[in-house]
Write a protein that binds this ligand. Structure first.
Ligand code: BES
Ligand code: ZN
Ligand code: ZN
Length: 498
């Protein structure tokens, strides 16, 4: 789909479907809309066929030649308008155009700007909504799907603040291309997206995007004594890979401590010897969504040329069964010297992250955030409505929560109380990889905290329930990888940029 922005108050290009947001009680779409269209909206409202309530939609025949259908989208009260509602409204327009089997559509930007809204930010949200909704992954279908496709989409923006609107649209396109990179990588089947293939694609992407890319193979991982990563990887024919990406910065930013992002990259999680049940085990190809999010976010950060130092680290391997696989009872030594008793080989994410966090800690980060499809318990607790957040730093936690509220990647904080540390004290080693009691989400976070070491500002995101959509298509995500974390991390990096 070709997306463009029309930055003039006159002569809106024609489109088959025109989407207009309407606030509760009716509002005037104003800029860039022909008078008969405004009259049609007013008429629908005054005849009470449409009230502008949140979630309401009305499809009308268009009174003007420049459109065939009008789609009125209720947005609720103008003072309660959010960027997420703008994303959804744009996605809804697109979905109506597809249902009507039309090839072109447009939306009136002004109609989505709430009382305290920002035009440029709203334009970015519209781009996000459209791209999030329009994604499909059908690489392995012999015949392309017959579903309707919209070929051109225009944001009718009017001439006000043209420059900042245009920049917001361009930046959002960069972020969304990167989010597509993440979704593509995560949606690849586990026999394709092996550790080596992920390394290969990341290296190629990094060269194009202008990122520094260092990838450690099994030899270097061994010499760095990353016992957690080696232990998990030892059952697979594919060697572990340890990917380190860094953006290029200039001036004072080059001397600053980095923001470090760490992503869990299990290309497939069988559970290992503590094997998972067969039902829906294919879902465990999603276990590298954290790594994919970090890699995609790094791409966007580089292409947006954010002048803030960011390092992206992803340990990548496969958790397999086999005669070489690690056993329950094995003790491994993480690269920071701590020993771990592996009581359940299915709690493997924290083992590879332990090595990644230990590595990251040595970079003396200003802040360090990891993202992982870490516990089934998190998916059970929040469903797909929020990701778990745990942090040693209230400021970082708040920063992340605020950003998540804006991007529509909601986070909910869990405590890291000291008592939980006792629950993972091991009999034969320093620490064990499962809890002696309950609190699966928190004890997983508590385990990771042991390896965040001296990093003051560390946060952990458990995206087990949000990284993948397996419940049927949703307005902002088809079935499969959602790209959770990409927009969050880009905004996090921006929040540190000066
Ligand atoms: N990748 C899984 C987490 C997961 C499981 C996410 C199911 C979504 C759905 C992780 O490696 C895992 O298996 N965790 C175990 C930990 C347990 C053994 C302490 C879990 O959650 O069952
Ligand atoms: Zn597991
Ligand atoms: Zn896992």
């Amino acid at each position: 789909m070709k997306l463009s922005v029309h930055l003039s108050d006159k002569s809106a290009p024609s489109a088959d479907v025109l989407g207009i947001g309407v606030f509760d009680g009716g509002s005037d779409p104003a800029a860039g809309v022909e008078r008969p269209v405004r009259e049609a909206v007013k008429k629908a409202v005054s005849e009470k066929r449409f009230g502008g309530k949140d979630g309401e939609t009305l499809v009308l025949e268009s009174p003007v030649k420049t459109a065939e259908h009008l789609v009125l989208i209720g947005l609720g009260k103008p003072e309660k308008m959010t960027l997420q509602k703008a994303r959804l409204a744009a996605a809804r327009t697109l979905s109506h155009a597809k249902t009507l089997k039309r090839k072109s559509a447009s939306v009136v930007l002004e109609s989505f700007v709430g009382r305290d809204g920002d035009r440029a930010q709203t334009a970015g949200a519209v781009v996000e909504g459209l791209r999030l909704a329009d994604y499909h992954f059908d690489l392995y279908k012999s015949k392309p799907s017959k579903k309707g496709a919209v070929e051109t989409f225009t944001i009718l923006a009017g001439s006000a603040e043209a420059r900042s609107v245009q920049k917001a649209v361009r930046d959002a396109e960069i972020v969304m291309e990167s989010l597509y990179f993440t979704r593509d990588l995560a949606n690849e089947p586990p026999n394709v997206a092996t550790s080596l293939e992920i390394a290969r694609r990341t290296r190629a992407m990094a060269a194009k995007a202008g990122l520094t890319c260092r990838i450690l193979g099994k030899k270097e991982i061994t010499s760095l004594k990353m016992g957690g990563l080696l232990g998990v990887a030892q059952g697979s024919v594919y060697p572990p890979q340890f990917i380190i990406l860094e953006n290029k910065v200039t001036g004072a930013a080059a001397k600053e401590a980095p923001l470090v992002l760490v992503g869990k990259g299990i290309t497939f999680d069988t559970g290992g010897i503590s094997i998972k049940p067969a039902g829906n085990m294919d879902h465990m190809k999603f276990d590298m969504c954290g790594a994919a999010a970090v890699i995609g976010a790094m791409r966007a950060i580089a292409l947006l040329k954010l002048n803030v130092k960011v390092v992206g680290i992803t340990p990548v391997c496969e958790n397999m069964v086999g005669s070489g696989a690690q056993r329950p009872g094995d003790i491994v030594k993480i690269s920071n010297g701590k020993t771990v008793e592996v009581l359940n080989t299915d709690a493997e994410g924290r083992l590879i992250l332990a090595d990644a966090l230990s590595y990251a800690e040595r970079l003396k980060p200003r802040a360090m955030v990891d993202i992982a499809t870490l516990t089934g318990a998190c998916a059970v607790t929040f469903g797909d409505l929020a990701s778990g957040l745990m942090s040693t730093d209230p400021d970082l936690a708040k920063r992340l929560r605020d950003i998540g509220d804006r991007t529509g990647e909601r986070l909910w904080e869990m405590p890291l109380w000291d008592e939980y540390a006792d629950w993972i004290k091991a009999t034969y080693a320093d620490i064990q990889n499962i809890s002696k009691k309950s609190a699966g989400i928190i004890t997983a976070g508590k385990f990771l905290q042991e390896f965040a070491g001296h990093t003051k500002a560390w946060a952990h995101l458990d995206v087990a329930g949000t990284a993948w959509n397996d419940g049927g298509p949703k307005p902002l995500s088809p079935i499969g990888a959602t790209g959770m974390g990409v927009r969050l991390f880009v905004e996090l990096a921006k929040s540190y940029a000066r």
